[in-house]
Write a protein that binds this ligand. Structure first.
Ligand SMILES: Nc1ncnc2c1ncn2[C@@H]1O[C@H](COP(=O)(O)OP(=O)(O)OP(=O)(O)O)[C@@H](O)[C@H]1O
Ligand SMILES: [Mg+2]
Length: 642
């Protein structure tokens, strides 16, 4: 119990000690000591996120992905644990904040995130708001409903001088309530006006405001700019600022962020207030008072159809001109898409369930492929792999398809297809249906098929999705499964692959340099083993006259790696790795098929079978039930022709 009290007290003192309280004169001293505390909202937000860590990566540096297309990319620590594959979007957003921070035209624009459902717009805005909530406190006039910057107290005639002394930028005018207070309570002696500090809090309505979309009937600008308090109208004269309740979104979000959810669902009059707020940095006051200074980042989001509808009306031009649109497409990189679901599952009640290997990857393959535009440069599965940065091996060489070409010809790719929520629902359904608290790729494919049949209405789209699931993904999964089972049959797979690789390399090197292979044990010399090399090479379709080239390519590649002091193992050279692995897998294909399929096994086969299952469980991450399920599936679906 006392532990709890300690915690509570500690938190309370921590909060209390931080809070400044003094007069405006004291505040001037604080500013003189640290002028960097004076900043407008865009700058505060930009610095808050940026100061948590950022790294620039370029082609060749670690963490750089093919999908970035040769552009330099900044990776922000703040977003990197929560958002995957959204780096290009986040870069645009941070670029906007940065230019706004340095007082470019952007500080007078509304930022609009536009993209399909479930692409992460709301999550991104939420995370940006959270960053402010953890950013520490800001100074403001005590009792001010809009928590304004204390420097607003300085009369215009003195500002130039103070700007020079303090070395800060001063803008904005006192709000009507503080002005009234200054005259009536402090007799105009602004140096005595009290100053305090607050933290940002959406729930506390301090510096973070959200405007949900409203229908035309219930819409009232008071949501944005506050109201006149009717109960006080009797107490004070009509234009007395004390009747004002400055509790609208622009009042609450002053100094921080105002978010507009599904912004274009609002009435046009409503949006004009937004326009004034950005353009003039002022918002109307309720009643007869003067406009009120506003400094905040306006963030909004919408989907594409709302955007198109809004854009098509030419009367909306004035607003469109003030909008900086950033597209938030779906993720097209398989590995990144996979991380989204891993994150979601780790946060759900299913986090303790057993998820068989490849399950999330197979589900992600579906969403990614559903989003890709077809191309005549390659099939859709290959395109997915290329976007994912995988090497495509063809005829012994890494196939060069330029991502840039693929991306250029597929305009608007990522703006439609299967959403993250659709996949998440299918994963949830499969998990709920499972009796053993586990899911395998087989369950997930079934669950997705069921959901497509039930929920996708458009016939063409439906059959396109079913083909992806029932053909492309199914075949790809069977390939993965066949390899995995075969691998599990091979004891010490890695060592065997390495030793095959080493002997191939020895032989290829001697062949290329026209020398003899020296036996490591007997020290006898012999000619390179032609039939061994051929049997490896044919695994990846290197035959006939292509052999010489392949052998000298491999040798040259390895020499250059060794020269640079890099380590060389069987994974170093993609095409050879593929060949070696295929060779190994071929060598156990028959036995793995026979042992897996047969109902009655002899002693030797029994041992092989249990060893294999053990490998699946210990090394590959299956459990007893998922191993059994995939093996049953494999024996029913693989090796059909035999
Ligand atoms: N690239 C991503 N990285 C991490 N999480 C993501 C990503 N894309 C989507 N998500 C997750 O998907 C879920 C749905 O996203 P969100 O609600 O933000 O979508 P939205 O774009 O606002 O959709 P809507 O238009 O339907 O409001 C969230 O839990 C979010 O965290
Ligand atoms: Mg949303």
């Amino acid at each position: 119990m006392s532990n709890f009290l300690d915690l509570i007290k500690k938190q309370r003192t921590r909060r209390k000690t931080k809070k400044f309280s003094g007069t405006f004169l004291d505040y001037l001293g604080v500013v003189k000591d640290d002028p960097s505390i004076i900043k407008l909202s865009h700058r505060r937000l930009y610095e808050t996120i940026n100061n948590l860590g950022v790294e620039t990566v370029d082609v060749g540096s670690e963490g750089y992905r093919d999908y970035f297309n040769g552009d330099k990319i900044r990776l922000y620590d703040y977003f990197s644990k929560e958002f995957f594959g959204m780096e290009p979007v986040i870069n645009k957003l941070m670029r906007f904040l940065k230019s706004a921070a340095y007082k470019g035209e952007e500080s007078r624009q509304v930022l609009l995130l536009m993209g399909p459902v479930g692409a992460g717009k709301s999550a991104l805005v939420e995370s940006i708001k959270n960053s402010l909530e953890n950013a520490g406190s800001f100074y403001h006039l005590e009792g001010c409903p809009i928590r304004e910057e204390p420097l607003h107290l300085l009369p215009r005639s003195l500002r130039e001088e103070f700007k020079d002394i303090l070395g800060v930028h001063i803008e904005g005018d006192l709000c009507p309530i503080c002005r009234h207070k200054l005259i009536n309570e402090f007799n105009g002696e602004y140096e005595k006006f009290p100053v305090t500090q607050s933290t940002f809090s959406q729930r506390g309505r301090r510096g973070v405001a959200v405007v949900p979309p409203m229908d035309a009937n219930s819409q009232d600008v008071s949501v944005l700019v506050g109201t006149e308090d009717i109960s006080k109208l009797d107490l004070y004269p009509e234009d007395d600022p004390r009747v004002l309740s400055l509790n609208g979104a622009f009042n609450v979000g002053n100094r921080g962020i105002v978010e507009f959810v599904e912004v274009f669902k609002n009435e046009i009059e409503f949006l004009h207030t937004m326009l004034t707020a950005t353009q003039e940095k002022r918002v109307p006051s309720p009643g007869k008072n003067d406009m009120i200074y506003f400094d905040g980042v306006i963030l909004s989001h919408c989907n594409e159809s709302e955007w198109n509808r809004f854009k098509s009306e030419h009367t909306n031009e004035a607003i469109l001109d003030r909008v900086l649109k950033i597209e938030v497409p779906y993720i097209l990189e398989l590995d990144q898409e996979t991380k989204i679901y891993e994150k979601m599952i780790s946060r759900s009640d299913f986090r303790s369930a057993h998820i068989a290997p490849h399950t999330i990857k197979i589900a992600s393959m579906f969403s990614v492929m559903s989003r890709l535009k077809p191309t005549n440069k390659c099939d859709i599965l290959t395109k997915m792999k290329i976007y994912n940065g995988e090497a495509i091996i063809e005829k012994g060489r890494v196939k060069k398809v330029d991502i840039k070409d693929l991306r250029d010809e597929a305009k608007k790719e990522g703006m439609e297809g299967i959403s993250t929520r659709f996949v998440m629902k299918a994963l949830d359904a499969a998990l709920s249906d499972s009796e053993k608290d586990m899911i395998t790729p087989i369950n997930v494919i079934d669950s997705l098929i069921k959901q497509v049949k039930e929920q996708i209405i458009d016939e063409d789209t439906k059959s396109k999705y079913l083909e992806i699931l029932q053909k492309l993904i199914r075949e790809e999964y069977l390939r993965i499964l066949e390899t995995e089972i075969a691998k599990a049959f091979i004891t010490a797979y890695e060592e065997q692959a390495q030793s095959l690789f080493d002997s191939y390399l020895d032989n290829a090197e001697c062949y290329t340099t026209n020398s003899k292979v020296k036996d490591k044990i007997t020290r006898e010399e012999r000619s390179p083993d032609e039939s061994f090399m051929k049997s490896i090479e044919e695994m990846i379709g290197v035959v006939g006259s292509a052999r010489d080239g392949f052998r000298s390519d491999v040798t040259a590649y390895m020499f250059s790696k060794l020269r640079k002091g890099e380590t060389v193992d069987y994974k170093s050279y993609g095409p050879l790795r593929e060949a070696v692995e295929q060779y190994l897998i071929m060598s156990v294909k028959d036995i793995s098929r026979i042992v897996t399929r047969s109902k009655s096994r002899d002693d030797d086969q029994k041992k092989k079978y249990t060893d294999m299952i053990e490998t699946l469980i210990d090394d590959y991450g299956y459990n007893e039930y998922s191993a059994e399920e995939i093996l049953t599936y494999a024996s029913n679906n693989l090796w059909r022709d035999s």
